[in-house]
Design a protein around this ligand. Structure first.
Ligand code: BES
Ligand code: ZN
Length: 629
């Protein structure tokens, strides 16, 4: 009997433990390394601590050719080093710098969006592996531009885009955001061209065409970057400057003249900038993003160079990544919101100090409006509206949306409002310091948040409801409501216009870019021909030099069959590769059979100008619609 009681007691105890650990399963594994299903690497056993690249940039064949030398650190016994590759042509593998002794290696089958595992037999005495290789047409991180696709039209251009998991398509590496290494490189380019990387950079061309690079801080693979072209440098301050083609660099240096102040402002908020210089490169229009936070050298779209500094928040965003993302990095792509949500929050804090609270709040409201549209688009995929994603067996790029950015932002703003700004700022500064140069899972962050800011004792855990924000779809009821007085005035103007007032009588001749963007959001998508004509002849939207405004306007032109904008639409789609603009315009076109025809014609012509990431997105849109029609 006693034995039985003891047994049942033990059983009950075990059950309690099991139930508790189940309940806490979201948090329980905060000390275990996160499993990255998008990488073949076995970095828990053997990790790459340094990569040296020796590459030749061949514009005639559109390939990078050369050798990567990877230095290894052994943690646990293993007989194979597993690396990620995608579309690489491997010539040979050697060990410990003995290039005479080629060894057998294993190259796995190609899997969609993951590429092929490269298995290299090693033992515990193996210190380096050398891989001779060249890139191929399948090297999706690389975009090779002809001279016609550049501003100067004289030289070709090359740039890389490694995020999310494309680094493996130009460097054999452990391509997981949870693995960090330093790198160095010797890059050879044709005469009169300059090479730049996410590293310590030259400011001038040299006669040899050979450039040496060092990145002495440990970074994840998705932050490796290279750009080659006819590029010049102009300083904007002591620590900051702009690289671009000669035809663009003078305009760019004026547009981004506030960069030194931005860095100082960011440092006042969350502690020292740890990467030395903060330079930017303004790329040709084919660059698929607004910006990419490559360390020491942010990559930017030329669509930011408007002439009135109205779109410089993107620079603040990429700068903010120097803390959130580059210093404390999402451990897997499921934790993407830790990179982007934090960065949008930080970006708006920089903008608040540098411009005004009004300006930052207007941007937050515009962000919220974009988020509402994304939530509508994701109605049939509510699981993609969680902060913590599950991207297993999916292309990480497919699951990344405004949710990480704007829901992430709203969550952090709620924490700020609940705990108080001063406490939250202190918390964030400590968080960046404590976890600098490491990776972070959502669970580890929540644990740190509960230990250091929100807990049951101060009653703040309940107020925020962390689990609902992070693990549930949609927007929780306690979401902060952000209002902009200036936007209320715009709402009134829109109401007047919709009641029949003329565009001119609205007297909107002096409104800012943010207000125009809100004006576009507040107007219905479907306007009559009379309304479109009146707006256009009064405010000249079709001729707008601001791509943000133009893109929102062109959507309405497509929806309302406003053919006067056709030429501009085609020109815009042919000359910009920024996904944020190109994708919604093609989606709008694809809504009707006639529009879809037009879309396909423009797409065929524009495709050579588009990055592989954008091509993948557009083919999904165009194919899906073709099945529907
Ligand atoms: N890191 C992102 C760009 C990115 C995200 C590339 C995911 C590949 C996969 C960058 O910091 C970014 O967010 N860019 C935004 C600008 C920003 C102001 C929202 C963009 O390009 O629009
Ligand atoms: Zn970002």
């Amino acid at each position: 009997m006693r034995i039985f009681i003891r047994f049942s007691f033990m059983l009950a105890l075990l059950l309690v433990i099991a139930c508790n650990s189940n309940k806490e399963s979201n948090e329980s594994n905060n000390t275990e390394p996160a499993k990255d299903t998008h990488s073949f690497a076995n970095a828990d056993k053997i990790s790459v601590s340094h990569i040296h690249l020796d590459l030749n940039v061949d514009f005639d064949k559109s390939v990078l050719r050369g050798m990567a030398t990877l230095s290894l650190q052994h943690h646990l016994p293993a007989d194979t080093l597993w690396l990620d590759t995608r579309g690489l042509n491997i010539f040979s593998v050697t060990l410990n710098n003995d290039t005479s002794k080629k060894i057998n290696y294993y190259l796995g089958a190609t899997t969609p969006f993951k590429g092929s595992a490269l298995g290299i037999p090693v033992n515990k005495t193996t210190q380096t592996v050398q891989i001779k290789y060249q890139t191929t047409e399948e090297s999706v991180a690389l975009q090779w531009l002809t001279p016609e696709q550049t501003a100067g039209k004289d030289f070709p251009f090359l740039f890389t885009q490694s995020e999310a998991n494309l680094a493996r398509s130009w460097v054999p590496c452990q391509d997981s955001p949870g693995v960090r290494f330093t790198y160095s490189a010797d890059i050879t380019v044709p005469p009169n061209m300059l090479a730049l990387m996410s590293a310590e950079n030259p400011q001038k061309k040299n006669d040899s065409g050979k450039y040496h690079f060092e990145m002495k801080e440990k970074i994840p693979a998705y932050l490796m970057a290279l750009a080659v072209g006819n590029i010049e440098f102009l300083a904007t301050g002591q620590r900051t400057g702009v690289y671009s083609e000669p035809a663009m660099v003078h305009k760019a240096v004026v547009e981004f003249s506030e960069m030194d102040d931005m860095v100082k402002t960011a440092e006042m908020l969350y502690g020292p900038y740890r990467w030395g210089r903060f330079d930017v490169i303004v790329l040709p229009p084919a660059f698929p993003f607004g910006g990419m936070e490559n360390p020491r050298l942010t990559f930017l779209t030329p669509t930011l160079v408007v002439g009135d500094k109205s779109l410089t928040a993107v620079v603040a965003h990429e700068l903010a990544h120097s803390w959130s993302g580059n210093l404390v990095t999402n451990a897997t792509w499921n934790d993407f919101w830790l990179n982007e949500g934090f960065t949008v929050y930080f970006e708006r804090r920089i903008i608040e100090r540098l411009k005004s609270k009004d300006f930052a709040d207007m941007q937050a409201v515009l962000g919220r409006q974009d988020l509402e549209e994304t939530l509508e688009d994701l109605k049939s995929n509510p699981e993609d509206t969680r902060l913590k994603l599950n991207l297993e067996n999916r292309d990480p790029d497919d699951g990344m949306s405004d949710v990480a950015y704007e829901k992430g932002y709203l969550f952090l703003r709620l924490i700020e409002e609940t705990a108080g700004r001063e406490k939250f700022d202190n918390f964030l500064t400590n968080y960046f310091n404590e976890f600098a140069f490491t990776s972070m899972t959502t669970e580890k962050f929540i644990h740190y948040l509960k230990e250091n800011l929100l807990n049951d004792k101060n009653g703040l855990t309940n107020k925020v409801n962390i689990d609902e924000w992070v693990y549930n779809p949609g927007i929780p009821a306690n979401c902060p409501i952000i209002v902009s007085e200036k936007f209320k005035e715009i709402d009134n103007k829109v109401a007047e216009f919709m009641k029949g007032s003329s565009a001119a009588s609205l007297n909107l001749y002096n409104v800012s870019t943010n207000e125009w963007l809100h004006f576009m959001d507040a107007l219905p998508l479907q306007l009559s021909m009379k309304q479109l004509t009146d707006l256009d002849s009064t405010y000249g939207f079709t001729d707008s030099g601001n791509a943000e405004i133009l893109c929102k306007w062109l959507r309405k032109c497509i929806a309302g069959n406003y053919s006067k904008a056709d030429e501009t639409l085609e020109y815009f789609l042919m000359h910009t590769g920024r996904r944020k603009f190109v994708k919604p315009l093609f989606s709008e076109l694809a809504k009707t059979p006639e529009g879809l025809e037009k879309a396909k014609k423009i797409y065929e012509k524009a495709k050579p100008n588009y990055h592989a990431l954008l091509i993948a997105t557009l083919e999904q849109i165009l194919e899906k619609q073709m099945i529907k029609v």
